[in-house]
Design a protein around this ligand. Structure first.
Ligand SMILES: Nc1ncnc2c1ncn2[C@@H]1O[C@H](COP(=O)(O)OP(=O)(O)OP(=O)(O)O)[C@@H](O)[C@H]1O
Ligand SMILES: [Zn+2]
Length: 665
């Protein structure tokens, strides 16, 4: 760079006003790099307080800061080595209404260091509305990516489909597991949910016992604790049912095992000592009922290391002990629990159950530490990746300030070098002309207007799919629904009544051919939804009872093997361990999955001097621990070098389509 250019770049940086969203793994690195690169006016939004688990990589924070605002502590830490710059912390959710378009307009560029799709989509919309460039980022383990989104010049964050949760065929989970992750999904999504979760939810756990007439057991009640049933007897009964009886039933279907190893039924009498597990005399160490996070079967049993792989007997003990502790110490939670990776007892139960099942199917057992990682979709954070990504964010931010549109790059940080490159620079895409967010393309919705209520439309479409938080729904000039603190009481009552009406019976009738306008005031996003009436929907393929077109749905991830699939929750991304999963079992028919997006080509730019001056790239994140995101060179018809990322499809919230081929230039 010539001296004159350099001084003007310095000046641009000095005068720039930047907004950083997220002060976690990426955010801490980013704030430091911004401050050391000459930025003098930085706002930070982060809604969180510091946790002990952040300290290993969020280096601006110390033990003494635990419990304090991340945004404020990060500011104070950086001011210690750059005392003369302005850093304004906001300890708030970026979705709070006061962060509106006017707030965003004051910034030269917005830099995301977030960890969830919802907040990313929200910031994307505000940046589009405020016409402020956005540099988006994410990391998971060794993988990372940085993208630049400038309205009208590059794609927006929502132009491309987002990743789907990993899905497993139901029969693999319930009958023929072959990997430990299948046992984890079974333990977490089926058994744990059946015993401790919402009893009204569908659950596939009984598939093998329901088709036998020889059983005297009443299947409806098999998982219910009988009146006055001793808790240990109950635990052993459940144990014998799921690991013994259900396996025997499965074995009776000979066809299943023609080409597979037969599982071994396991009964509690074979793996556990006589009734009543010894407690090492230290059950009192378990804390009170209020102290849920510290309640531990391991502690009760005197087992310490989460890294140890337990024997079958130890797993059986933990299984019974955890179940007992749930029923004796956390009884009030039963019926409403969903698996949470930070709930020690839940992790212990799931680890033990998964291991016992694995043992039955001849699958290697795993430690609690490993099982927790899988169950919680945790990919351990690598501080260096965060630092590299933060550096790339700043590089792109500087290009944005200089308006160097042609030099913008998407950058992928890879786990394995390709052509000696760990950073893959890719030219950004142009905006997707059919994106409903940045191109305002109308959507169309097939719905039974005589059966579906306005509430269904609001919950399943407007909130769940369009990601609007404070929607207004209009038919022409008639307001059908809105939310807000300043509404008159009679309006609130009116909208509440509308929610319960079927579309056709709304005061302003909605039928086939109607166009609804859906708007989120804060995001300043307006969508037109063309309504098409349809009488019937396939309950399995279209469980929502409505089909939205023009909204980009994630591509499928796994080979189609059976009629149904179960998902092991959506992994997310960024700035720390990838651990924010939705933890939802999704049982869908395979036909429901959409066709994969056709491969797209994109120019790759080789990394130029200073290592990462214009990197860009694509990463894929392993969804289960067996997969590694690797880059390989593949042949292409037009004989140009292409790289394709394989392994599990990308799971960055930031992007997902790892089947895209990229052109090296
Ligand atoms: N809606 C939001 N508003 C403001 N800050 C947000 C929002 N969503 C996420 N964040 C912040 O983004 C940061 C993401 O950082 P990171 O991925 O390192 O997560 P973490 O919560 O610090 O770590 P971990 O998930 O490993 O415990 C967090 O500090 C989080 O508080
Ligand atoms: Zn878009």
């Amino acid at each position: 760079m010539a001296p004159k250019q350099l001084s003007s770049a310095k000046e641009l940086i000095r005068r720039a006003k930047v907004l950083m969203v997220g002060a976690g793994g990426i955010g801490c690195e980013l704030l430091k790099t911004l401050a050391l690169s000459g930025f003098e006016d930085i706002h930070i939004i982060d809604m969180d307080t510091i946790e002990v688990s952040n300290l290993n990589r969020q280096f601006l924070f110390r033990q003494s800061h635990v419990g304090q605002s991340k945004a404020k502590v990060a500011r104070d830490a950086v001011l210690r080595f750059r005392p003369n710059i302005n850093i304004t912390p906001h300890h708030d959710n970026v979705k709070d209404p006061h962060f509106n378009v006017d707030f965003f307009k004051q910034f030269s560029v917005v830099l995301n260091g977030l960890d969830n799709l919802d907040a990313r989509r929200h910031v994307n919309r505000l940046c589009l509305a405020a016409e402020v460039p956005l540099v988006e980022s994410g990391t998971t383990g060794f993988l990372g990516q940085v993208t630049v989104h400038v309205k009208g010049k590059t794609e927006c964050y929502e132009c491309q489909p987002k990743p789907a949760p990993k899905k497993y065929p139901v029969c693999t989970i319930t009958s023929t597991p072959s990997k430990f992750i299948h046992c984890i999904v079974w333990a977490k999504e089926l058994l744990f949910a059946k015993l401790f979760g919402d009893k009204t939810q569908d659950n596939d756990l009984n598939v093998h016992s329901s088709d036998t007439s020889s059983s005297s057991e009443n299947l409806e009640d098999v998982f219910e604790r009988k009146k006055d049933e001793d808790i240990e007897d109950y635990g052993r009964r459940i144990f014998d049912h799921v690991f013994g009886y259900n396996i025997e039933m499965a074995l009776s279907n000979e066809d299943t095992w023609k080409n597979r190893d037969r599982p071994r039924p396991i009964y509690s009498k074979d793996t556990l000592p006589g009734k009543s597990i010894k407690h090492n005399g230290n059950i009192s160490k378990n804390g009170s009922t209020d102290d849920t996070p510290s309640l531990s079967a391991m502690t009760s049993l005197g087992m310490r290391s989460p890294q140890d792989v337990w024997s079958l007997m130890e797993n059986s003990k933990v299984f019974i002990e955890a179940l007992k502790l749930f029923f004796t110490r956390r009884e009030k939670d039963i019926g409403s629990l969903t698996f949470d990776k930070d709930d020690q007892l839940a992790v212990e139960f799931v680890t033990a159950a998964a291991n016992i099942r694995a043992s039955s199917f001849g699958i290697p057992l795993h430690s609690l530490f490993e099982a927790k990682g899988m169950a919680g979709n945790i990919v351990h954070a690598v501080a260096t990746t965060n630092a590299v990504i933060a550096g790339l964010i700043v590089i792109e931010a500087i290009k944005v300030l200089q308006n160097e549109t042609e030099n913008y790059r998407m950058t992928y940080c890879l786990e394995y070098p390709n052509r000696n490159m760990l950073l893959m620079p890719v030219e950004p895409y142009e905006p997707n002309k059919s994106c409903y967010v940045c191109s305002k393309t109308p959507l169309s919705l097939e719905i039974n207007t005589h059966r579906s209520k306005l509430r269904d439309f609001v919950e399943k479409i407007v909130k769940a799919k369009l990601g609007m938080h404070s929607p207004i729904i209009m038919h022409g000039s008639a307001l059908l629904y809105e939310v807000g603190d300043d509404l008159e009481e009679d309006m609130v009552a009116n909208y509440a009544a509308n929610l319960e009406k079927v579309l056709y019976e709304l005061p302003s009738q909605v039928s086939g051919g109607t166009t609804l306008t859906v708007e989120d005031m804060q995001q300043e996003l307006v969508c037109s939804v063309n309504i098409k009436h349809r009488d019937e929907f396939d309950e399995e393929k279209e469980p929502d009872g409505m089909v939205l077109e023009g909204w980009s749905q994630p591509p499928p991830e796994e080979k189609k093997e059976a009629n149904h699939t179960v998902s092991n929750a959506g992994t997310s991304i960024s700035g720390g361990p990838v651990s924010k999963s939705s933890e939802v079992v999704e049982i869908i028919t395979v036909e429901e999955e959409l066709e994969a997006a056709p491969p797209k080509k994109r120019k790759l730019t080789t990394i130029i001097d200073r290592g990462a001056a214009s990197p860009g790239g694509y990463s894929s994140i392993p969804n289960d621990t067996d997969n590694r995101g690797k880059v390989q060179v593949v042949d292409d018809d037009d004989e140009e070098d292409m790289v394709m990322l394989d392994g599990a499809p990308g799971v960055f919230d930031g992007d997902s389509d790892t089947s895209k081929k990229r052109k090296l230039v």
